[in-house]
Design a protein around this ligand. Structure first.
Ligand code: ADE
Length: 238
């Protein structure tokens, strides 16, 4: 038998590094379904870094009391600088993003924009806050996933990863394609149905069962428009 050439590692479309003090929160989401498949397919490489590995002193301290007093602990500069500078020594980053409720509001257009980047770092805050010098000296962009406060930036980081990765070439099959999503156009998505054609007396709209492609398309467009008018009229203005 001829010897098989070792497979060359496929060049990834994008690399995402996530820095967190609670990396256990990330594993199950990154290791399942489309996110895992996208990594297996080489569409994205995702690396998680535990901030505790970069802690200061004998006890690997990552946080400290706030100058000026007040409740809660603040993430220290040194562990974050050490971790990010180590990453920057290996590759250059297009963006270092801090997840915070006072950042710019995440949207589909930001996901689209980030999906075109080569390397990004997502920094998840925890505890009461983070030393402002990290934000001033390292962070290039601050993003919030909505007007509510979570216990940390891990869930927001996962929201960004999910929204970005599904846009990468090779991450999803045609059937899962992102093209007809709500928000990818200005319209919300039309309703979907599957078998049976009638369930507890409620039938699937006749148009969808007609087999007439033009009629189906027209019905979907009309439904999408109607839903958008009712639920998100703001999307239709401007
Ligand atoms: N950290 C805590 N709450 C957050 C939010 N809403 N968005 C981003 N990061 C956060």
């Amino acid at each position: 038998m001829p010897k098989r050439e070792p497979q060359k590692a496929r060049e990834c479309w994008m690399r995402i590094d996530i820095i967190s003090a609670v990396p256990q929160l990330l594993g199950s989401v990154l290791g399942a379904s489309i996110l895992q498949r996208a990594q297996d397919a080489g569409a994205v490489e995702i690396a998680v870094h535990n901030l505790h590995d970069y802690g200061v002193g004998q006890y690997r301290q990552i946080d400290d009391e706030p100058f000026g007093g007040g409740a809660g602990m603040i993430l220290k500069c040194e562990p974050i600088f050490t971790c990010i500078e180590k990453l920057q020594a290996e590759r250059s980053y297009d963006d270092i993003i801090f997840l915070t409720p006072d950042g710019e509001r995440f949207s589909q257009s930001i996901a689209n924009e980030l999906s075109l980047k080569r390397n990004i770092i997502l920094l998840a805050g925890h505890y009461k806050g983070i030393d402002q010098r990290v934000r001033d000296m390292l962070v290039t962009r601050e993003i919030s996933i909505g007007d509510y406060v979570l216990t940390g930036g891990e869930l927001p980081a996962l929201v960004l990863v999910d929204a970005i990765v599904r846009l990468l070439p090779g991450a999803m099959s045609d059937a899962e394609s992102a093209l007809s999503d709500s928000f990818q156009s200005e319209l919300l998505d039309a309703p979907h149905y599957t078998r049976p054609a009638e369930f507890r007396g409620v039938a699937v709209p006749e148009e969808l069962q007609s087999g007439n492609h033009k009629r189906i398309q027209a019905w979907r467009e009309q439904q999408a428009l109607e839903k958008t008018r009712l639920r998100r009229p703001d999307l239709l203005q401007g």
